[in-house]
Design a protein around this ligand. Structure first.
Ligand SMILES: [Zn+2]
Length: 316
């Protein structure tokens, strides 16, 4: 793999998961002609957010919390990659058009793999005018300058500029991976590896949050949940349990911080259809536990799935 020329200013995630794989899609062209740059201290999203916020606080690439509120690490890196297409230098837009049309389709259909994007300036092949697809903070179309006839400017949000999962998801989109394939891959990964957050809403009058800290402290998350679920569902009162990956994207998506027990996502969740929940990577598990049952489990100070199994099946 080609070596990252500036690891201080081009994140490892962007280099390894986006730039190199994208350049590998067009193997007949030298990478130096395709890797047209990331970090420059100038207006716009090629600049690192720390410098930009200090020097141009009203810059258009600092609008909205995902651009403006960031960790020192996220603030170090360039937030846009210019993908050059030598084939377009002579007016042949067939190759830049492949990837530009994928961005256009994703923008038009709200493809979930666009969550990390700020804007993409590019060239779809049907006319000479370049296209600008803006994703954040509001979705809109604009016409960028003529330099984008020959390169795609791929701007990501500050909070994702060093996120390897986000960069891999963006590559999935650019490489033309079918959405269903990506979703299946993501789901199986999450099943195997990702910590989950759980939230249970009792059908009656109370709400119980089961957050990951609690899970991590008392159960192995992946292995413990089926046992917990069994305990929760072994009683006759109605409850719905939602679960979703415990990652920054989902916290942001839901607008809640479940590390705080008083931050209640139930009103929002209740407005979503099953399809929308699926789209957002949330899953519903229908169960029939009671508040007492849950509290009994929670208060047991159980430390292992085996102990939980005892709670679930006292006679076993
Ligand atoms: Zn650019």
């Amino acid at each position: 793999m080609a070596t990252n020329p500036n690891p201080k200013r081009i994140s490892t995630a962007m280099w390894d998961r986006l730039i190199v794989p994208c350049c590998n899609l067009t193997t007949t062209v030298a990478m130096k002609d395709e890797q047209a740059g990331v970090w420059v201290r100038q207006p716009g999203s090629h600049a690192d957010a720390t410098w930009l916020l200090a020097n141009r606080p009203n810059d258009y690439s600092l609008q909205g919390p995902k651009q403006r509120v960031f960790t020192p690490e996220q603030g170090r890196y360039g937030r846009a990659w210019d993908w050059g297409f030598p084939s377009a230098w002579s007016g042949d837009w067939s190759q830049i058009g492949i990837y530009s049309l994928r961005i256009k389709a994703a923008w038009e259909t709200n493809d979930p793999r666009t969550y990390m994007l700020f804007e993409v300036l590019c060239q779809t092949p049907e006319d000479r005018q370049p296209e600008g697809y803006v994703f954040y903070p509001v979705k809109k179309f604009r016409v960028p300058d003529r330099s984008h006839e020959t390169h795609m400017h791929i701007g990501v949000l500050t909070v994702y500029c060093n996120d390897p999962v986000a960069m891999a998801d963006l590559f999935s989109l650019l490489s033309g991976e079918p959405l269903a394939t990506w979703r299946a891959r993501r789901n199986s990964l999450e099943d195997d590896m990702a910590p989950l957050l759980f939230f249970a809403k009792l059908a009656g009058n109370d709400t119980v949050h089961l957050v990951d800290n609690f899970m991590t402290n008392r159960w192995v998350t992946g292995a413990g949940f089926p046992v917990l679920k069994q305990a929760l569902t072994s009683n006759g009162l109605g409850t719905t349990i939602w679960e979703w990956p415990n990652d920054a994207a989902h916290k942001e998506l839901l607008g809640v911080n479940l590390d705080r027990l008083d931050d209640d996502p139930a009103p929002l969740l209740a407005t979503l259809t099953a399809d929308q929940l699926l789209e957002l990577g949330l899953r519903i598990r229908e169960g029939v536990p009671s508040l007492e049952q849950i509290r009994a489990v929670v208060d047991e100070e159980a430390t292992s799935p085996e102990e939980l199994a005892q709670v679930a099946n006292p006679g076993a």
